[in-house]
Design a protein around this ligand. Sequence first.
Ligand SMILES: Nc1ncnc2c1ncn2[C@@H]1O[C@H](COP(=O)(O)OP(=O)(O)OP(=O)(O)O)[C@@H](O)[C@H]1O
Length: 733
Amino acid sequence: MDAFRLLTRSTRFKSAAAPGTEPAAPLPSTGKAANPQLFRTAEGEKLEAAKNRKKRKRAAAVDDEEAGDDAAELDFFQSSKRSSAAKAEASAPSKSDQDQTSDQDDGSDEDDEMDEVERRTILNSHKIKVTDLRDLDVIQPQPPITKESKKKKKKQKKEETPVLSKKEQKRARRMYPQPLTSFKELRTRYKISRRLAENVAEQGFTVPTEVQLGTLPLLLGDSCVSSKTTEEPDLLVVAPTGSGKTLSFLIPVINKIVRHHHSSQSDEHGILSIVVAPTKELASQIVNEGRKLVAGTGVKITLMKKGMRVVEREDEGEANVLDEDSEASRSDDEEDDDKPKKARSNAPVTKSDILVTTPLQLVNALSAHQTTTMARLPLVRSLVLDEADVLLDPLFREQTLGIWRSCVHPDLRVSLWSATMGSNIDDITRSTIKERQDDIGQTTQHPLVRLVVGLKDSAIPNIEHKLVYAATEQGKLLGLRQLLRPTAATASDVRLRPPFLIFTQTIPRAIALHSELKYDIPAEAGGSSRIAVLHSDLSDSQRSEIMRDFRKGEIWILVTTDLLARGVDFRGINGVVNYDIPNSAAVYVHRVGRTGRAGRAGGIAVTYYTKEDIPYVKSIANIIDVSEKLRGTEGKKSIQRWLLDSLPDLSKNDKKELKKHGVKARQVSKQLGKDKEGEGKGMRGTRISTKSGFERRMENRKKGAIEASRNRKANASRGAEESDNGSWKGLED
Ligand SMILES: Nc1ncnc2c1ncn2[C@@H]1O[C@H](COP(=O)(O)OP(=O)(O)OP(=O)(O)O)[C@@H](O)[C@H]1O
């Protein structure tokens, strides 16, 4: 069934290209990208290939297998052979024994150190920039102070004060850590748990993405057997949407816990890692990804839910600690958030190793009975902030910092991940780390590193952008309807094919747009069931059901708010429609990043703007311009220079206001917000309808007349009844 043909009611649309014409570009929803990497140069590729060839030869020699087998790249852990052998052995010893013993039996890459030129070539080829964010005097320690050096220093000070230029400072901070050239290295060089390595291999990924290539060695560093053992840093990561950041933080977190379970502190039980994400949808997706990776490792990952207890508080009395095996293996489809909850004090304290949560849910659990002091999480060694810029935005900042401060273990490492990150995040991170160190009386500073892939705060280069002027609200609706019609393909160069997402500014607008569009889908295509609306006013179970149906392909068009703008990974989204322009350039980057994920090509992002939006368009036009430059499409630019020059710049204050409240004309006052259908008088700015004001007035008058006539009739018949039944009927029970 051709979804587009049915959806557009097209009789003329042909899915295959006519003979002699160019074949249609592959859709993001079809198949898998050959290479998930976004940036690479021939020079870097050659070097990586040479390194991998060398490793393969050595591994083959170790395993006494044939050298130069091309399939080795696909079978990078030789998982099928080895895991089946391991499984056969595993019938007797426990999983943890297997992990421990197997640490010795893989070919080791410890001698395979690259020199700085090689490391630099590969990192530059993938546009990876690594920076040491510590104070300069920590990075470049001064020589020890002796009497002589003191005198010399004084003399020097008098003569000149040696200050590094900005360029020199930048150079001093620049790092070139060893990149991960293949997933196989996770096992051979970084000695990650065998079972974890097999679980990664089972996902079928062949090449590490840039962010994986750069961050995995840094985060797995302290278990690296190389002579240059590196300390695990606190890490800030800015990497494109859909580039595999989830895997980059989950592998090290899980591996650290496996090691912890095998260590002398293995009798410590409780939450060892926390992953914080801004929405329940993203948190539940991370848990699902995590469950694939933890299978058989003995590590438990759990989604934070209402009523769950994470610590024992003295004010709550004795808690009964139950085993949560069943919970750890449950999928999020089985969530029971809407069922009545047990009283908090009766619920068991979670025995999970990794807790994935939204900020508010964990804060609520840590500050039971609404007390001001938050309970501590003494065992947590890893704190991951996914979509860190939004978690440290004023809306979530206090909650997120509260969680961070609750993690009091001296070995805590924090990592912050996003596709967009302002410099204020660096500052907040630095000051929070410092504040924590002072609180716990720690004197040593561990490394703080920032890793950026590509251009900071830019959209991925494989998306096609369309910025469409629609003049009015009605114009946007007409434009969107036209996109769904067969003529769209010929009338404009935009062809939007399901599945796709439509973003609006507010919940009432999402609801109104959904009501407008739901009868546009022909019955033979599934009718109104093919389009749905998702927002935070729905119950948890409704939200999960819609997400599931969209993922299964039963829903083709999903109208939503910025709830789904970040992190959510629908593999085959063909397009994104910004029905309402986003509140900031960062939101644009995230919204459009729902398509073209993991190196897939062809996603299209359509953004409508009206007269009222003109002051806010420039930052989006700039993002599109940069993204097209990054792709290097000469002559195929959708943003012309004259447009960029003529669009007004937005003041800092206006930017702030827009980020906080969105476009004024579409804001909903609290009272009016209750009117979800957009019918109230003051809802003019938020209303979505093709009907003119006159048509609506006439319709309302007609409705009023019908209602009045109905009332009159009802009153008349009631009067007649009363006169009929005038006799005494006794008292009602
Ligand atoms: N090495 C790889 N090869 C191919 N696909 C991969 C690889 N690593 C991850 N993926 C896939 O890429 C997709 C996007 O990954 P993920 O959700 O982690 O992206 P992200 O960087 O967190 O994006 P966002 O910024 O939007 O949150 C997922 O479907 C994941 O399975």
